[in-house]
Ligand binder design. Sequence first.
Ligand SMILES: CC(C)(COP(=O)([O-])OP(=O)([O-])OC[C@H]1O[C@@H](n2cnc3c(N)ncnc32)[C@H](O)[C@@H]1OP(=O)([O-])[O-])[C@@H](O)C(=O)NCCC(=O)NCCSC(=O)C[C@@](C)(O)CC(=O)[O-]
Ligand SMILES: NC(=O)C1=CN([C@@H]2O[C@H](COP(=O)(O)OP(=O)(O)OC[C@H]3O[C@@H](n4cnc5c(N)ncnc54)[C@H](OP(=O)(O)O)[C@@H]3O)[C@@H](O)[C@H]2O)C=CC1
Length: 405
Amino acid sequence: MNNFNDIIEKMLKGEIKPYQLDKLFGAKIATELRRKFIEKKVGVEFEHIANYTIDEEMAMKKNIENMIGAIQIPLGFAGPLKINGEYAKGDFYIPLATTEGALVASVNRGCSIITKCGGVDVRVIDDKMTRAPCLKTKSVVDAMKVKDWILENFERIKEVAESTTRHGKLVRIDPILIVGRNIYPRFVFKTGDAMGMNMVTIATEKACEFIEGELRNEGVFVKTVAVSGNVCVDKKPSGMNLINGRGKTVVAEIYLSEKEVNKYLKTTPEAIAEVNRLKNYIGSAASNSMGFNAHYANIVGAIFLATGQDEAHIVEGSLGITMAEVEDEGLYFSITLPDLPLGTVGGGTRVETQRECLEMLGCYGDGKALKFAEIVGGAVLAGELSLLGALASGHLGKAHQELGR
Ligand SMILES: CC(C)(COP(=O)([O-])OP(=O)([O-])OC[C@H]1O[C@@H](n2cnc3c(N)ncnc32)[C@H](O)[C@@H]1OP(=O)([O-])[O-])[C@@H](O)C(=O)NCCC(=O)NCCSC(=O)C[C@@](C)(O)CC(=O)[O-]
Ligand SMILES: NC(=O)C1=CN([C@@H]2O[C@H](COP(=O)(O)OP(=O)(O)OC[C@H]3O[C@@H](n4cnc5c(N)ncnc54)[C@H](OP(=O)(O)O)[C@@H]3O)[C@@H](O)[C@H]2O)C=CC1
């Protein structure tokens, strides 16, 4: 084999492209060559980026292109967290990957309070993944014909879509929006234990080809402009997802007595309810925010990074509504996550460190996605309760002063 310096020289001259190296030398050597090439280009030595245990061959197959190494995010844990779910029952230790000082301490405090007070009740109330292409026709009259045809031929479309996957099931196409002469049918699938975006994209593409072909035979022109027409809505904050849900829709709740709130959160149920009302409802409404909560994204983000979920879906996990109500002098507290796209097979879940974090929860592989969703719901409630408690008692600045700088 040519010596390293000769190859890097060729890369610098543009004679070999960095992404061509894997086929020539295998993923491991290709990764090292690319790293050295970038080191030369930018004049920085990547001592830390070069240190990792991930198998390059595996990662390059399904998770990354142009690999040069790995970054490390500190990993902490919060727990035990007692969960009374339908699928997750018992005490769990939650892996959290973050660089924000005070975040793990806060979730840990929430877990400690919840566990001392009997556990958090959690339910997954809906489960689906969506893809909505944009189909173009020649007129609104034709758009209506296509919409009617899709509704009448649902079973045939379902058969075609499901021919691409063993686990994906098309459950409905709803809504079918029309804008001008364009149609946006929202394909709604069950995706087993996978988060499902590859699965539903492949299945929807096939369904669109079928719809185009069949309608052309009937003399109606229809063309798929894009398999994703932004009504899905993938990786963007959206009212559609807040209202209709996407991924797992999860609700978690707990009741704390006045004494427990005083003792563990150093504040009162009334103060937490007031912060929730004026911050999470009025503040959010005044700023036209879609997150009627304090920091779901913090907990969803730290768990998603640790467990190999798609990091762009943190924006969807940031949606949701927190409730805090004084009842019998104590506190009813709940979080609702309408849009939590997650999986325990496929995607980044197979990467070694991420897989270990899922194993820490007993959530790697088949039959675990709903359990994992309940655990995320419980952890989000822990973090939200702790932060609202800190805001109500005026401790937020102090906590971050001590733990974050
Ligand atoms: C910092 C605390 C927890 C202190 O809280 P405290 O009640 O003063 O602490 P404590 O010493 O009495 O301990 C209580 C529990 O906290 C945990 N705990 C306590 N210290 C640690 C530690 N070092 N490491 C791990 N766990 C810790 C631990 O669980 C412990 O219970 P135990 O297990 O002993 O029974 C509290 O003040 C707090 O939770 N503050 C809120 C911090 C927070 O939530 N930050 C989130 C990020 S803020 C942000 O990013 C979003 C924001 C704010 O901009 C969003 C918005 O607009 O709202
Ligand atoms: N393509 C796109 O537009 C987008 C892609 N992504 C990326 O998509 C990836 C996730 O896609 P996703 O479809 O979840 O994962 P994968 O593409 O990894 O597909 C999941 C695979 O697991 C198989 N499988 C085995 N056991 C199960 C089970 N119990 N439940 C479900 N599937 C099972 C499926 O088989 P089978 O299909 O035969 O059932 C399928 O081959 C992430 O990497 C994400 O970043 C994210 C957003 C958009």
